[in-house]
Write a protein that binds this ligand. Structure first.
Ligand code: SF4
Length: 186
C-alpha cells in the first residue's frame, strides 16, 4: 500500500534551506516531551500581566495548564525560533513592543515553511494577540482564529528551560529576544 502523502518523512534539508533565508537568530527542532509546563507561570500571568482575562490568546480563555499541555503534546515535534532586535533603550516599553510585529511576521513565514510539509501545525508566539483593536473575548468568539497565535507562556511553558536545553540564547542589554514555538505533526 502506498502511504498517504502526510506519512512521508519531512524533508528537513529543504525546510532548513528555507529557514536560513529568514532573519532568525537561532532555531532548533525539539521533541515536545522535553517541554516543562508549570502552574507557576499561570500565576505570573494572573498576578502580573495586564492582558490576563482580556484576550482569547491568554488565560483563562486558553484553558487550564493541563488542557494547554494536552493540546501541545498532541504534536510530537516543534520548531523553536528566536529573533533579536537592538533597541536604544530596552526599558522603553513602546520601542521594545514595536519589534514584536516583525517577529510575528517571521514566525508566520517559518510556520508556512513547516506547513508545506507537515500534516498539522499549531503556533505559540509572543505576548497577547494584537490582531483586533479590541479583542472579542469574552463576549463573542475569536474573529480570526486562523491567524491568532497564543503566547508561549499562556500555555504554562517555561521558555527559558527549553531554550537552555538547546543552547538558545536570550541576550541582555538593549537586545530584544522574541521566542516562538511551531508545533507540528509530520
Ligand atoms: S484575533 Fe481578535 S478576537 Fe481573536 S484573539 Fe486576536 S484580538 Fe482577540
Amino acid at each position: 500500500m502506498i502511504p498517504p502523502a502526510r506519512w512521508k518523512e519531512m524533508d528537513y534539508e529543504k525546510l532548513e534551506a528555507g529557514l536560513c533565508q529568514l532573519p532568525l537568530c537561532q532555531y532548533e527542532f525539539i521533541n515536545t516531551s522535553e517541554l516543562t509546563f508549570s502552574e507557576r507561570i499561570r500565576t505570573v500571568c494572573e498576578d502580573q500581566c495586564p492582558m490576563y482575562n482580556k484576550s482569547w490568546a491568554c488565560p483563562p480563555a486558553v484553558g487550564t495548564v493541563e488542557e494547554c499541555k494536552a493540546r501541545c503534546l498532541r504534536f510530537p515535534r516543534a520548531l523553536m525560533i528566536t529573533t533579536v532586535t537592538e533597541v536604544s533603550d530596552i526599558a522603553n516599553i513602546e520601542e521594545t513592543l514595536a519589534t514584536r510585529g516583525p517577529h510575528e511576521e517571521i514566525t508566520r513565514q517559518a510556520a508556512a515553511l513547516v506547513k508545506e510539509q507537515a500534516s498539522e501545525v499549531m503556533i505559540l508566539s509572543t505576548e497577547a494577540c494584537a490582531v483586533c483593536e479590541k479583542c472579542a473575548w469574552p463576549d463573542g468568539p475569536c474573529r480570526h482564529p486562523e491567524i491568532m497565535n497564543p503566547c508561549v507562556e499562556s500555555h504554562g511553558i517555561i521558555a527559558t528551560d527549553i531554550a537552555e536545553k538547546h543552547g538558545i540564547e536570550f541576550f541582555n542589554g538593549n537586545i530584544v529576544t522574541w521566542f516562538s514555538l511551531i508545533f507540528y505533526k509530520e
